[in-house]
Design a protein around this ligand. Sequence first.
Ligand code: GGG
Length: 347
Amino acid sequence: MRKPLKVALIPGDGIGPEVIASAQSVLEATNLPIDYCWLDAGWETFQRAGTSLPSETLVKLRECDGALFGAVSSPSHRVEGYSSPIIAMRVALDLYANLRPIESTPVPGSRTNVNLLIVRENTEGLYVKQERLEEGGSRAIADRVITQHASERITTMAFEQAKSRQEQRKQRNDTPNDALVTVVHKANVLRVTDGLFRETALNVANGYPSVPVEEQLVDSMVYRLILEPERYDVVVAPNLYGDILSDAAAALVGGLGLIPSANVGDSFVLAEPVHGSAPDIASQGIANPVAAIRAAALLLTNLGYKSEADNIEWAINSTLADGPKTQDLGGTATTDEMTEEIIKRMK
Ligand code: GGG
C-alpha cells in the first residue's frame, strides 16, 4: 500500500477558506489516503501575527508532498512590514513555473476548441519588488530582473509541456496534433531585459526541433489570443505578461472562477486557483469552487495521480454542462451545492 500523501492546505483570505474546504471535500471523495496539514498565510494572518508568512508555515510546507493555496488579499497601499505571502512562497520553494491551463468549458459564453497552457515565469521580472522613490517621492522606480538561468528553465518547461501534451493528444487520437510554443516578449522596446528572455528562449527552442516555435509581442499576443485562441498550444512568458495573459484567457472560457494553476519547482508543487480573494462575496457561501477543485486535480496530476485527477475533471465538466451553477456562471447554487454535485458525479 502507498504511504499517505501529505498535503498542506493554506486557505488564505476572503473566499480562500470556502473554496479550499470544497477542494478538500473533493480530495476526500477520491478515497486516496491523504494527511492534511492546515497552515496560515495571508493578510488576516499578518493582522493577527504580524507576518503574512509565518516561518512555521514554510517549515511545515517543506515536510509535505504538495500544497493547495486559496487566495490572498494584499492591500494595494503600502503597509509597513507586509509583503505578499504567495510571491514569497514561490521564491522560497523555488517554484519557478506557473502552469495555467485554459480549456473550453461547457458553459454559455465559453469559446470552443480552446486548449492552451500558459507557462508563466514565477520568480523574477517586476515581481522581485525592488521599488524605490527618488526625487523626494516624485519619481518611482521598479527594477525588472530577467536572468538567463530563469529564462532557460521556464522555456525548457514550456517545451517539455508541449512535448507531453503532443504525446497525450496522440494517445487519445485527437486532431489536430500539432504542438506549438509561442514565446511572448516585448523585445522591440525592452531590448535588454526582454531581449535576453527572447534570445534565451529561442536558443532553448533549438534543442526541440520537433516542436514548432514562434514569437509574439505581448500586446499583439493579447489581441490574437482574443481573436483566435484556438490556434495556441503552449504560451511562455515573463512573469507579469503571463499573469495578465492568463486573466484575459480565462475570460474566453467562462471566467476566473474556473481556472486553476500550479506553481511548480523541481521538487514541490503548490496549486491554487488563478482568482483572488474576492472580498465582496467572502463568507456568503456563494463563491465558485471549481477553480480550487481544479487546482486540487492539478496537484494530484503533478503528484502522479492522473486517473483520480481525470475523474475530478470529468465530474466538473459534467456538472458545468447540466448541473447547478454558482452566480458567476448565471446560476443560484451555493458553494456547497456545487461541490456536493461534483462529488456526486465522481465515478
Ligand atoms: N489564488 C491566487 C491569488 O490569490 N491571486 C491574487 C494574488 O496573487 N494576489 C497577490 C497578492 O495579493 O499578494
